[in-house]
Ligand binder design. Structure first.
Ligand code: ATP
Length: 380
C-alpha cells in the first residue's frame, strides 16, 4: 500500500457562459501509508472531482499527484486509471449484474492474468474477510444493498491496490446498516491497513472512520485535522456549523477585550480566532460567535450572572435520549441540546438562558487568504 501526495491541484470546468468555473483551487493533501483521510463537505464543494483526479478519471488543469513512488499527474505526465494501482468503491456499487459474486470479485485478477488457482484462493479469502463467503454463487440482484456493497469492497481490495478510493460508499444504505458498515469498514481497515481517501457529506461517517478529515468548501480545504481536533477546535465558522452543529450568532463590534456587542446585549467570549477565508462561497458577518448547543443552559438563574439572557422557547424536538429546544434571545435563535433527564420546558415559556463564556468562540472573519491548517495538510 502507498501514500498519496497532492500538490497545488487546480481544476476548472466549462461554465454556462464562455468563462470557466473553478472547482478545485490550489488543493494540497498528504495521505500517509495506512491512513484513511475523508474529504468532507457540502454538495458541489469539489470532493468527487478531487477523488476522480486521484483516480485518473478527471484531468486536472495543473498541480501534481503521486501515488506511492509514482507520479501519476504532473506537467507532461498523465498515467491512465488502469495503471495507477487503485481500488474504487462507488455509491452505486457498480457490480456486473450477470456475474456471480465470485466472478465479480475475481474480475480484476482475471484482467491481470493471475493464475486460476491463485484467483480462487485470493477471492475466497477476501469474501471471507468481508463476511460474504457463503454468498459466492449468487448474482448481485439476489443480494441486499449492504451485501452488494461488501462485494464492491471485496473487489476493490482483492488485487491489493496501493490505495482505495471511496466515493460516498454508504449513502444508499439505511441508517442502521450504514452504522454497521461503518464499524465493519473501520475494523477491516485495522486488519488490512489500506491507504484510503473517503468522500462523504455525512459528518458522523467522517468522524467515525477517519484518521484525518479535510473539510472542504468552494474547492478549498478549510481545515485539516484529526476528527477530535476538528470537532473540538473548529478554525472556521463553517466548520463549527457543519461538523459541530454549533450555533452561529452575529455581533456588531468588539466592546472591550473578550466582550462583543450583540443585538441582545453585551456577550463575553472565551476564545478568538482570526479567519481568512480562501473561498468565494461564504458571506459571514465580520464578527461571528459560535456556541455548541450542548453547553447552553436553560433554567432559573440570576439575570445578573454573566451571559444570562431572557429567552422564549419557540420549538421543542424530542429525540429519544435528548431534547432539542429552539430558544429566541432578542432577534436571534439558538439550538439548545439537553438530556432527557433534565428539567423540561414548554413551547412559549419565558426562560433564562446561560451562554457559558469559556465555551464561546469569536471568529473575526475576513475574505481571501488561506488558513494555516490547510497549508499544514500537505506537511503532515
Ligand atoms: P456531491 O456531494 O454533490 O457529489 P462534490 O463535492 O463531490 O458534490 P463535485 O462533484 O466535485 O462536488 O463537483 C464540484 C463542482 O463541479 C460542482 O459545482 C459541479 O456541478 C461541477 N462539475 C462536476 N463535474 C462537472 C463537469 N463534468 N462539467 C461541468 N461541471 C462539473
Amino acid at each position: 500500500m502507498g501514500e498519496i501526495i497532492i500538490e497545488n491541484l487546480n481544476k476548472t470546468f466549462p461554465g454556462r457562459s464562455s468563462e470557466k468555473t473553478k472547482v478545485i483551487s490550489n488543493l494540497s493533501l498528504h495521505v500517509k501509508q495506512g491512513q484513511t483521510v475523508s474529504l468532507l463537505g457540502p454538495s458541489g464543494c469539489g470532493k468527487t472531482t478531487t477523488l476522480r483526479s486521484i483516480a485518473g478519471l478527471e484531468i486536472p488543469d495543473s498541480g501534481k499527484i503521486s501515488i506511492g513512488s509514482k507520479t501519476v499527474f504532473d506537467k507532461g505526465v498523465w498515467v491512465p486509471p488502469h495503471r495507477r494501482n487503485i481500488g474504487m468503491v462507488f455509491q452505486s456499487y457498480a457490480l456486473w449484474p450477470h456475474l456471480s459474486v465470485f466472478d465479480n470479485v475475481a474480475y480484476p485478477l482475471r484482467e491481470q492474468k493471475v493464475k486460476k488457482d491463485d484467483i480462487k484462493k485470493r477471492v475466497n479469502e477476501v469474501l471471507d474477510l468481508v463476511g460474504i463467503g457463503h454468498l459466492h454463487n449468487r448474482n448481485p440482484g439476489q443480494l441486499s444493498g449492504g451485501q452488494q456493497q461488501r462485494v464492491a469492497l471485496a473487489r476493490s481490495i482483492v488485487s491489493e491496490p496501493d490505495v482505495i478510493l471511496f466515493d460516498e460508499p454508504l449513502s444508499n444504505l439505511d441508517a442502521k446498516l450504514r452504522k454497521q458498515m461503518r464499524i465493519e469498514l473501520s475494523e477491516l481497515q485495522e486488519r488490512v491497513k489500506f491507504t484510503s481517501v473517503y468522500v462523504t457529506h455525512d459528518r458522523i461517517e467522517a468522524l467515525n472512520i477517519s484518521d484525518y478529515i479535510a473539510v472542504m468548501a468552494g474547492g478549498c480545504i478549510l481545515q485539516y485535522g484529526t476528527p477530535n481536533d476538528i470537532y473540538s477546535n473548529p478554525e472556521h465558522p463553517f466548520v463549527a456549523d457543519f461538523i459541530g452543529e454549533y450555533n452561529l450568532l452575529t455581533a456588531a463590534k468588539e466592546i472591550r477585550s473578550n466582550v462583543v456587542e450583540t443585538s441582545f446585549g453585551a456577550l463575553q467570549y472565551g476564545r478568538v480566532k482570526d479567519v481568512k477565508d480562501p473561498t468565494t462561497v461564504f458571506n459571514y458577518a465580520n464578527f461571528v460567535i459560535a456556541i455548541p448547543p450542548d453547553v447552553i443552559e436553560i433554567g432559573n438563574f440570576s439575570k445578573y450572572e454573566p451571559n444570562c439572557f431572557e429567552g422564549i422557547i419557540r420549538h421543542i424536538t424530542f429525540l429519544g435520549t435528548s431534547v432539542e429546544y429552539i430558544v429566541q434571545i432578542g432577534d436571534q435563535k439558538v439550538n439548545v441540546m439537553t438530556t432527557r433527564d433534565q428539567q423540561h420546558f414548554n413551547q412559549g415559556e419565558h426562560v433564562l438562558v446561560k451562554l457559558p463564556p469559556e465555551e464561546i468562540v469569536l471568529y473575526r472573519y475576513s475574505k481571501a487568504g488561506i488558513t494555516a491548517d490547510a497549508e499544514a495538510a500537505v506537511a503532515l
